[in-house]
Ligand binder design. Structure first.
Ligand code: ADP
Length: 354
């Protein structure tokens, strides 16, 4: 493994709660890992610890097998060969793009510097911009210069902390795809921090969901969405609700009895004996709920938000339970209207009753 973080703890002095606690993750060479989670969950602290900017109080960080951080050792940041890109691109305003990008490669002979600058500017799609100045560039272009500057010294690991958060939403999603392309073309291994799950999905090969200093899951996007390891991950990724359910054995199959009726034909459903009296909560995603005029279950629309090709409806059942549903946007029902719904769940995700 390229980057190995094991049982990491980072505690700021004077704080009772550790900012990062028991975090273990591995990143393969060439992979892009993304840390996502609500504000204050410890993402930046973890990134800064990997950079060597924050001392660790427990566990260790290894880069290509060598320990770079532990409670008793800290390799200085400049010896870690890490490239960093932060939210405020922090380009030097009085230096040209070329000189900004050459900043970390001053030790190279002039001609080599110029060649490397041209190479990374090409990589970020800014060929020939050497003589321009930061103020002449758009926010997205400035951020790409910052990326080129970080890549120029051929770091072994790139760290990016919310690099797009100052940019507007449209640009952010496009840049997220672009940056993934650039990092892949550079063959870089990278760890990226964001609080935006669309950005995480657009960029990451592996995504880690953090909350209150803990890493809840470190997996690819598909697994996070379909097999969330904890209630927190289930809640944080995608749209869904938990509904009370009772698992019962029916012949060779397990059936989940829910407020939306019985869920049958379930793959990978836990056995009823996994929970006391088979009682648990099931995750019902908005895309598991299908609008069907002929369904026996009716639900009232209490909220709706337009998302282009579909609506996200918030629906209340007669039982008082709430579910969410993605419904194609040509089904434009009014608030307060009752519509038929049924659940279409292939593999059920269950948790102990909350
Ligand atoms: P995130 O990047 O996910 O928003 P941070 O890593 O910035 O989270 O913060 C994690 C926790 O550590 C928060 O409770 C924050 O208040 C605390 N924290 C961050 N930086 C410091 C610091 N320099 N001194 C003390 N506490 C800090």
């Amino acid at each position: 493994m390229f980057l190995e973080v094991s049982q990491l703890e980072v505690r700021y002095t004077g704080r009772t709660q550790a900012a990062v606690q028991g975090v273990t993750l591995n990143l393969k060479a060439g992979d892009i890992g993304v840390l996502i989670g609500p504000s204050g969950c410890g993402k930046t602290t973890l990134l800064r610890a990997v950079a060597g900017l924050e001392p660790v109080t427990g566990g260790e960080i290894r880069l290509t097998k060598s320990v770079v951080s532990s409670a008793t050792l800290s390799v200085p940041p400049e010896l870690r060969r890490i490239g960093m890109v932060f939210q405020d691109y922090a380009l030097f305003p009085h230096l040209s793009v070329g000189r900004n990008v050459a900043f970390g490669i001053h030790q190279l002979p002039r001609a080599e510097q110029a060649a490397r600058v041209a190479e990374v500017l090409q990589l970020v799609g800014l060929t020939g911009s050497e003589h321009r100045y930061p103020h002449e560039l758009s926010g997205g272009q400035q951020q790409r210069v910052a990326l080129a500057r970080a890549l120029a010294p051929r770091p072994q690991l790139m760290l990016l902390d919310e690099p797009f958060s100052n940019l507007d939403v449209d640009l952010r999603e496009r840049l997220a795809h672009e940056v993934r392309g650039i990092l892949k073309a550079a063959g870089a291994t990278a760890l990226f921090v964001t609080h935006d799950q669309f950005e995480a999905f657009a960029i990451g090969d592996v995504i880690g969901v953090m909350n209150e200093g803990h890493l809840h899951q470190w997996d690819d996007a598909y697994t996070l969405y379909h097999r969330p390891a904890t209630r927190f991950v289930a809640d944080f990724i995608g749209h869904g609700v938990f509904a009370p359910a009772t698992l019962v054995q029916r012949g060779n199959n397990v059936v989940a009895q829910t407020p939306l009726g019985d869920l049958t034909d379930l793959d990978e459903c836990p056995l009823p004996s996994s929970y006391p009296a088979g009682e648990c909560d099931v995750l019902l995603r908005a895309d598991d709920i299908v609008h069907d005029d002929h369904a026996p279950v009716q639900a009232q629309i209490v909220r709706k938000s337009f998302r282009g090709s579909e609506f996200l409806y918030t629906l209340r059942l007669a039982s008082g339970h709430t579910v969410l549903a993605h419904v194609p946007s040509h089904h434009d029902h009014a608030l307060g209207e009752w519509i038929g719904i049924r659940a279409q769940v292939d593999h059920v995700v269950t948790f102990p009753r909350g």
